[in-house]
Design a protein around this ligand. Sequence first.
Ligand SMILES: [Zn+2]
Ligand SMILES: [Zn+2]
Length: 331
Amino acid sequence: MPIDADLERTTALGDGIIQIRLPMAGNPMRYVNGYLVEETGGYTLIDCGWKAPDVLAALHAGLAACGITLADVERILVTHFHFDHYGLAGTLMRAGVAELGMHRLDWNFVSLILSDPVRSDNAADEWIARNGLRVESLLEDEIDHHRRTELAQPTRELEDGDEVGRLVTVWTPGHSPGHLCFVDTKSGRMFTGDHILDPVTPHVGIWHDVRGDALGEYNASLRKVAAIGASGVLPAHGEPFADLERRVDELLAHHATRDAQVIAALRAGPRSAGDVARALPWTRRGRAFAELSEAHQQFAVAETLAHLENLRVRGVVTRDREADPIVYTLV
Ligand SMILES: [Zn+2]
Ligand SMILES: [Zn+2]
């Protein structure tokens, strides 16, 4: 069973790596891991939680448990722009953290979204509606997300292979366009952000017309980290685990199974992503689409779209963009 985040928030993992569980109140993930990595002159913090008083308090308590303060944190590296990893960064920069590193593509994307959050939410809702699912009542959820993040400009835009202290950057697009993993050269372990989680299957979805082949990128990024290898996996949610290759194989197999289910759903004729999603089982328990909340139905359609677009790139299906909703047909 997972460790209770309130009872045991901070864990020393050896080799100068400390895991601080930062709360995600009201979210089934329960916490995001902020990892402190000891450097000669101070500490790097990988991912920082969303912007909320309980997260800031948990971070301060975690630092205090290690006998340090925020003044010892030289830099924040964010694996990706999602608000549970990046939302608190602006607060920490104002409190004196000097450096913030993230990938250029995620910086471009988050600065675009946060320049007009309502418009970008509406655009995403409209895109999902074009693909066969119109929803009514998401506004509250979306506003909540915006309250928990703010724009914080990176002091350094990281690229694949960049060295930051004892860490080496690995660009792993898929879950987000500029997602990063970090290899620790001291221990051989890999910080995998939301690219590799266990047992949760990381979300890979298409929320915007211009996103491209997110799932193709994701699967390539899985093979990329497996080829690099790691002596241990430090994911952003859940607990550290040993076997990177085993988890990569499981995730690749999962997506191959989903491909087959999507293809089977299209055998009856052209379908929108929404209608394909309605035909698939969801969650690890195989629930019906209709049982999901509206927000989760949107995630389900975005994930189905990622499969359909990947199948389109591979020449398995075609898309009719003129139709409303947009439909996909088996070749
Ligand atoms: Zn994420
Ligand atoms: Zn996350």
